[in-house]
Write a protein that binds this ligand. Structure first.
Ligand SMILES: C[S@@+](CC[C@H](N)C(=O)[O-])C[C@H]1O[C@@H](n2cnc3c(N)ncnc32)[C@H](O)[C@@H]1O
Length: 194
């Protein structure tokens, strides 16, 4: 049976308190999907002695998955621009000294603390320079991707999807798309090779 870590349940409570949806609603930010959280946890578990970054903490739902799985000597830096959400995430993660929740603009804050073994880019800008924030061998993850087969026939994303282009056209990344078990959502993951 798949176990949901207690910290993730605490993040669900925080999401309810600040009115952040657990699922995509089409308008406004939501928490990452549980299967995305589990995928991040799987990657985080391998970051021995490493540093993990997250842009767009929300209320700390993805961060809770990551923190629940990362090795004891790993740290997580997560940045949220919305003050209420950052405060909620601080409450969720308050008992874990390995986690730093920063209220601010993700790109400059994460740049100051780079490099990362794992970077979950989930809020704010994602310029090509973000790849430079990874160590060689580090992983970049984006969520909220719709599998190509499920896109409406007239969707412009069938011809050009900026997220997919970002991952698959960058010569510094070996990338793949991971369709989640619900088969309706994907993640993009890239490993920095140079
Ligand atoms: C999709 S939600 C994050 C969900 C969260 N990563 C999780 O796994 O539950 C995106 C968040 O990014 C935040 N955000 C948007 N622009 C940002 C920026 N420039 N710097 C930091 N956070 C930002 C939004 O306020 C929002 O809370």
């Amino acid at each position: 049976m798949e176990v949901v870590p207690p910290l993730v349940l605490r993040a669900e409570q925080a999401a309810a308190e600040v009115g952040m949806p657990l699922r995509r609603t089409g308008s406004g930010p939501s928490c990452c999907l549980p299967d995305a959280g589990r995928f991040l946890a799987m990657l985080a578990a391998g970051c021995t002695g490493g540093t993990i970054g997250e842009s767009g903490t929300g209320v700390g739902y993805g961060a809770a998955w990551i923190a629940s799985a990362m090795p004891a000597d790993c740290r997580l830096i997560t940045v949220e621009s919305d003050e209420n959400r950052a405060a909620a995430a601080r409450w969720v993660l308050a008992d874990d000294p390995r986690v730093e929740v920063i209220h601010g603009d993700a790109l400059p804050e994460l740049t100051r603390r780079a490099p990362y073994d794992l970077l979950f880019a989930d809020g704010g800008q994602q310029p090509p320079e973000i790849v430079e924030l990874l160590r060689v061998g580090g992983r970049l993850v984006n969520d909220d991707v719709t599998p190509a087969d499920l896109l409406p026939v007239d969707s412009p994303y069938r011809l050009h999807d900026p997220k997919r282009t970002f991952f698959f056209a960058d010569p510094r990344l070996i990338a793949t798309e991971v369709v989640l078990p619900d088969r309706h959502n994907s993640l993009l993951v890239g490993t920095r090779t140079a």
